[in-house]
Design a protein around this ligand. Structure first.
Ligand code: SF4
Ligand code: SF4
Length: 176
């Protein structure tokens, strides 16, 4: 077989496979609910399970079906709840939601570097190595608490998110 014929055969195979894939994409295309796609796209995607569902897509589906309140996602907080309520065209009260996001912090004096929290974290927010003190990257933490349950030394605390320029806002006026 000459190089040219080999090239022709490979090109033909590539075209055929491309055509087959395109056809399969059309034949096996699953219609999805565009509203569900929009709500799913808004979710944090950490799959932390604080909402009580297996993952963010399941929670989004339940919200769209009205099976669970749009306030069920702690990492998403009030901002996410208000955005999803707007998408669903529903009015909600955010008063029941906690203003303050609690994030994980390792007590360096007690950490033994067992790496269990590091393996439990769904967002890779924990840094550390074996027998080394671990630490939490607050910006990556969603406050899911999975590390809390994993730590044998009970040396992880959930503390309020430290206020930064992008998370600070004027405190609400206290009603007279
Ligand atoms: S609470 Fe712990 S496990 Fe959850 S995201 Fe934060 S560091 Fe990771
Ligand atoms: S699980 Fe606890 S003791 Fe182990 S590394 Fe993490 S913080 Fe340290």
């Amino acid at each position: 077989m000459t190089a040219l014929s080999a090239l022709l055969v490979l090109t033909l195979m590539g075209l055929l496979l491309g055509f087959a894939l395109g056809l399969a994409a059309k034949v096996f295309h699953v219609e999805t609910d565009p509203l569900l796609d929009e709500v799913s796209a808004l979710m944090p995607g950490t799959q932390c399970g604080q909402c009580g569902y297996a993952g963010c897509n399941q929670a989004a589906e339940a919200m769209v079906k009205g099976e669970t309140p749009v306030t069920c996602c702690p990492p998403g907080g009030k901002t996410l709840a208000a955005t999803i309520a707007g998408k669903l065209g529903i009015s909600i009260s955010l008063d029941s939601m906690n203003d303050e996001l609690l994030l994980a912090r390792v007590n360096p004096g007690l950490c033994t570097g067992c790496t269990r929290c590091y393996k439990a974290c769904p967002t890779d927010a924990i840094v550390g190595a074996n027998k080394q003190i671990h630490g939490v990257i607050m910006a990556a933490c969603t406050g899911c608490g999975s590390c809390l349950a994993a730590c044998p030394e009970r040396c992880i605390d959930m503390v309020p998110e430290s206020k930064a320029l992008d998370s600070w806002h004027w405190p609400k006026p206290i009603a007279a």
